[in-house]
Design a protein. Sequence first.
Length: 368
Amino acid sequence: MARGSTFERAVIRECTGTAGAAFVALFAILLTTQLIRLLSQAAGGKLVSEAVIALLGFGALTHLPILLSLTVFIAVLMTISRSYRDSEMSVWFASGLPLTAWIKPVLKFAAPLVAAIAVLSLLLSPWAQSKSTEYRQRMDTRDDVARVSPGAFKESASGERVFFVEAASGESATGEEGSVKNIFISSMQHGRLGVMMSTSGYTESLPNGDRFVVLVNGRRYEGTPGSPEYRVMEFERYAVRIETKEARGIEQTTKSLPTWALLQSPANAGKGELLWRIGLPLAAFNLALLAIPLSFVNPRAGRTNNLVLALLTYMFYSNLISVCQAWVAQGKLRFETGWWLVHVAMFVVLILLFFKRLSVFAWRRPRR
């Protein structure tokens, strides 16, 4: 009893340490790739800089179930592989512990993470996806000035005007709604090109809901393209009406719908998404156990063969879930069959791998 307790504590302790290191590395890679993509969108004016951190958090929360599943698989795989390489497994086998003795400590280690994956997949990730979609759709309905990225030329929603604002702030010193500096507005009306420039200005809203950008102490150049004749006018105050998109309700996608809504939805696309969410914790459970037989390493042979096989197994498993999701979404496979088919098949493969390893170890064990 004491030997088994010591063995389980040692396995759980090492798996936990390996999982922490693997998760930090994978999470850093995820945040870096997401941040680069969001910053490039913000630099192009597709996102406001204030939304980058929020979207980064929502994106990380959306990908956490997959990240944790991979973390569990890597932690168990690397822990037992190291025991093989350092010949610790030979010591455990010589003391009478079979390969199946690793199942209990691995399940104790993986159970909290599988529960966390289930909560994330079924509840938190859809919520994060919904908030991310809401953020992006709100930005699509911003007015022309709000869509301008400071220091970049931006075309209006109708394509009739081009805006340039060097700097913008939320509220001006005089109390107006928002102040802007070094404004350039180019517009085409009735075949004549008008260019307005000013070093300062602000935005204001009228009681009827109309919004204007007001240029202060600037100039307007007006003329016909290709003609040398043009007019120059100086003004103290020049108001340009801001075009706004009609506000629409938030359009939810299947990925952003809550799980209870997918359970009530008869649509095949919703059933496919539900299959994916249910499949993530089931896959994490199977992957934790699959890592035990897949972690076998011959200390005298190459050390990378088992890692390549384990990586291919993970990719094959993940692709099978994606294929079943697509088939259910397209109506080619019933949801009642698709949600368990892949996981039961992989569990059968798991049993066969255990039998193979147990038979090999039994054959190698010297007879008395």
